[in-house]
Design a protein around this ligand. Sequence first.
Ligand SMILES: NC(=O)c1ccc[n+]([C@@H]2O[C@H](COP(=O)([O-])OP(=O)(O)OC[C@H]3O[C@@H](n4cnc5c(N)ncnc54)[C@H](O)[C@@H]3O)[C@@H](O)[C@H]2O)c1
Ligand SMILES: [Zn+2]
Ligand SMILES: [Zn+2]
Length: 324
Amino acid sequence: MAQQVRGVIASGRGEPVRIETIIVPDPGPGEAVVQVQACGVCHTDLHYREGGINDDFPFLLGHEAAGVVESVGEGVTEVAPGDFVILNWRAVCGQCRACLRGRPWYCFNTHNATQKMTLLDGTELSPALGIGAFADKTLVAAGQCTKVSAEASPAAAGLLGCGVMAGLGAALNTGNVGRGDTVAVIGCGGVGSAAVLGARLAGAARIIAVDVDHRKLDAARPETYEQAFYARDLAGTVVLVGVPTPGMRLDLPLQEVFGRGGSLKSSWYGDCLPSRDFPMLIDLYLQGRLDLDAFVSETITLDGVEDAFTKMHHGDVLRSVVVL
Ligand SMILES: NC(=O)c1ccc[n+]([C@@H]2O[C@H](COP(=O)([O-])OP(=O)(O)OC[C@H]3O[C@@H](n4cnc5c(N)ncnc54)[C@H](O)[C@@H]3O)[C@@H](O)[C@H]2O)c1
Ligand SMILES: [Zn+2]
Ligand SMILES: [Zn+2]
């Protein structure tokens, strides 16, 4: 039977978020209902609220989460009720060109739940990144659930579901940092700090962390990219992780692009493959080699999301995490 639970809704551009009752359907074929235990507040949730992603209001926010599978639909074999899982926004299809070439992290056709969660009046909700986990329970595609060791703290584990994975993966997967490399990370909030950690895990010999006052944030990015372009070593790599706004442009002398060699890459979700990376990173965490707990600046309740946006905007926290 469909269930009624609480969820954090952004109903219009720039409007403060509100807790509303939402209807979560029973899982259909290929779907799972997850009882959310923790969900981090990511910059992208704020981007949704500001209308910076698209106009498909109302949004059910939250997408950096861990929880326990409550029920699964027909044909689901990868997870079962009771499994402790991290939710991901890269449930790969296994059949597209990227998947068939053995590069599923570039999948063209990732899955979300087919059915819609709704408000009480039947209005369909758009879950942030196909997840919507600022809620007691959420409906996702089963492939969005990655089973990991239940020994991990939900607040820490959930962070791998977005920002921390994006940073770790930018260093480990996209940047392919190796032993002895020198790495500079420009912008050291939640994502950047995870990139520092990833570079350390990979054996970088020198890591330079760069940051400025947050008020310069939006204006500075193309210039920052240009700095990184020139600051890197000859034949070095630049990895872009920060999400540009639609108007941003970059102007570089092509001769320098050619002459300096190396590579200019972008990293979405740390080029991660959740089924490969989440259990491995949780193992490192449980061995004490990856301090995910350090990213949990504070734990809050569902009604604290609006305040958490303000704190994030002022750079006061690495991550506020909703614990349910
Ligand atoms: N690529 C992906 O898959 C992915 C995933 C999650 C988040 N993101 C993006 O990553 C970015 C960072 O997210 P976050 O949650 O860490 O944000 P955050 O606000 O916690 O951190 C950003 C940091 O950058 C610093 N900064 C801003 N401008 C700078 C400049 N010109 N030079 C040096 N430092 C500067 C700020 O002071 C702040 O500490 C955002 O754009 C977010 O949307 C990307
Ligand atoms: Zn695919
Ligand atoms: Zn995110």
